[in-house]
Design a protein around this ligand. Structure first.
Ligand code: FE2
Ligand code: FE2
Length: 181
């Protein structure tokens, strides 16, 4: 029987400094360190970020719908992203990541190509988000809710971009996928 994902500790964050390791560390990390890092740093974080961003976007649209820079349609767009990401991350957590942890590298090729395709779709969703928000530009005299929303959006977009890069360029091609660097 294989171990559930939650059984994998995060050895680097238990180091005496308490500091997470630098980004370069993950380039050559094995699957049983890289995958818990992705789950904690990105999957868990997206699940915290998106419901709050959707709530803030609904408020901004309700209150400022007539403002020329109001991102009308943003809350629905974020809901679509939330659903698509949830389905994507669940597939990684239930199918692909356990395969990589068991070292089933040839079996993982099919799921990896599906995940890469979905990453491209997430990239297109981010492009639409940038178009809706004038590249996340806060208008002059924006209220606190609007400012908080755009700060959170900028952080979410950066996190999702890094998350996709780490999977595409490291997890799917490096030692975790059975390749020598
Ligand atoms: Fe992921
Ligand atoms: Fe992914």
């Amino acid at each position: 029987m294989s171990r559930p994902l939650s059984d994998f500790a995060h050895p680097q964050q238990q180091a005496s400094t308490g500091q997470p390791p630098a980004d370069e560390y993950w380039q050559s990390a094995p699957a049983d360190e890289l995958i818990p890092h992705i789950l904690e740093r990105y999957h868990r974080r997206h699940r915290e970020q998106l419901p709050e961003l959707i709530r803030l976007a609904r408020r901004v649209e309700q209150v400022h719908g007539e403002h020329p820079q109001c991102p009308n349609g943003l809350a629905d767009h974020l809901s679509d992203i939330h659903q698509a990401l949830e389905s994507h991350m669940s597939k990684e957590e239930q199918i692909l990541f356990p395969m990589l942890l068991r070292g089933e590298h040839s079996l993982s090729r099919g799921p990896i190509s599906v995940m890469r395709f979905e990453h491209e779709q997430h990239g297109q969703s981010l492009d639409q988000l940038y178009a809706l928000t004038d590249r996340i530009t806060t208008p002059l005299h924006a209220c606190n809710t609007w400012q908080t929303l755009y700060r959170g959006l900028a952080e979410f977009c950066q996190d999702l971009t890094q998350h996709i890069q780490l999977e595409n360029e490291v997890l799917f091609v490096g030692p975790a996928a059975g390749e020598m660097l």
